[in-house]
Design a protein around this ligand. Structure first.
Ligand code: BTN
Length: 323
């Protein structure tokens, strides 16, 4: 019995004794205990309830490719290059990078857990199994890097459209593409480009979404974090439903971006823009800059109303703080 099987057995939220688990799987209780400890070490809060055994504090849904597919309209499903759900990968984005030469356009890879999840700026991305969502998508473009400006902002809009479709409100975007609520980071988007400036190129788009964080995970995150459970009245939407909503929004949104570029998203960005009208302090390659957030332009640059007039900030290498 692997850690995945133990988590699947516990997914209902009912308590199961170590003896029952061991008997069902034909292994020793010590082997079960080892897998319980593996899951706990990865951040799954498995409780021990004396004689009644092990249980999760809430039920969860294991990711399932067929269930995700069944929730996609036929017009979306037919545009997928691949859809894979893995138990564990080093990183869903690293997996797509390894298969860049062969993987079909619009391939989606999800994992229940990542052993080396990657965030922006070389940070790691905590990836406990069963609680959150880790998904990467390969999108190929014919037009070259030059046509991709604003892609990562457009993807922020795409993810928020997916949350809207699930009825989850209260999330917004901090330029360029941080997914935040009033309480902290809800997820992240990592876009990695390869190919040619004016020829064919590919984007590996990695999205991590917090569905359910425990106190221990929040402490480990090292920054204020939030989850969809809180925004959704205490229970996150079904994980397979969230995966399907994200895939649906990505298939539609990437086709829209390929056709119209960021210009088509500039208006849609506005209601989600958490920096609009806020006093900001920017630091980075451009030095230090203070002003009021004035939205984004048709290429996705941040607009800042300063004492010397309107400034455009393109560089992603800049940190923005609300003051
Ligand atoms: C950020 O730092 O804000 C971006 C985080 C991106 C995390 C996701 S999880 C799925 C994909 N695989 C990774 O290793 N990273 C991205």
């Amino acid at each position: 019995m692997q850690a995945r099987d133990v988590l699947t057995a516990l997914a209902t939220g009912e308590a199961i004794s170590g003896a029952t688990l061991a008997e069902t799987a034909g292994v020793t209780r010590a082997a079960i205990w080892k897998q319980i400890e593996t899951l706990r070490a990865k951040g799954v809060p498995i409780e021990a309830r004396g004689a009644s055994g092990y249980r999760l504090p809430w039920p969860l849904q294991m990711l399932d490719e067929r269930t995700i597919r069944s929730q996609l309209p036929g017009t979306v499903a037919s545009r997928l290059g691949a859809l894979e759900v893995h138990w564990e990968l080093d990183s869903t984005s690293t997996e797509l990078q390894r298969r860049l030469a062969d993987a079909p356009d619009m391939s989606f890879v999800l994992a229940e857990t990542q052993s080396a999840g990657r965030g922006r700026r070389g940070r790691s991305w905590l990836s406990p199994p069963g609680l959150n969502l880790y998904l990467s998508c390969l999108k190929r473009f014919d037009a070259g890097f030059a046509a991709l400006s604003g892609l990562s902002l457009a993807l922020g809009v795409v993810v928020l459209r997916a949350l809207d479709s699930l009825g989850v409100a209260g999330a917004g975007l901090k330029w360029p593409n941080d997914l935040l609520s009033e309480q902290g980071k809800l997820g992240g988007i990592l876009v990695e480009l390869s190919g040619e400036y004016q020829g064919p190129c590919a984007a590996v788009i990695g999205i991590g979404l917090n569905l359910r964080l425990t106190d221990a995970l929040r402490a480990q995150a090292g920054q204020p974090s939030d989850d969809l459970a809180r925004l959704n009245g205490g229970t996150p939407p079904d994980r397979n439903r969230v995966a399907a909503a994200l895939i649906h929004a990505l298939v539609d949104g990437l086709a829209e971006f390929e056709r119209d570029g960021f210009a088509g998203f500039a208006q849609a960005y506005r209601p989600y823009d958490l920096l609009l009208g806020k006093s900001l302090h920017l630091t980075g390659a451009l030095g230090e800059l203070d002003g009021i957030g004035a939205g984004v332009d048709a290429r996705g640059a941040l607009l800042l109303e300063t004492s010397e007039g309107l400034r455009r900030v393109d560089s992603a290498d800049v940190s923005v703080r609300r003051v």
